[in-house]
Design a protein. Sequence first.
Length: 93
Amino acid sequence: MTNSSNKVLYVGVTNSLKRRIAEHTDGRGSAFTSKYDCHKLVYYEVFPNIEQAIAREKQLKHFKRAWKEDLINGFNPGWEDLGVSIIANPNVV
């Protein structure tokens, strides 16, 4: 997640991407995302189990910002808000 100016990056894990996007958008996300207005989803990954997701979250949190930006640029070059299409998609939980 990031804010509208793309100055802040937040990495988290959830078992329901759609629910978590809604929480961040409504200001009910973590204290960090509320403080920095992180409501824009610019990157995500899907894993078959929570253990793998948590391991990847820990890995990403240790990467420098430049590496995270490269990851986002490869996945979403325009840093568009992917949450809009995920919330609208009835097939996403």
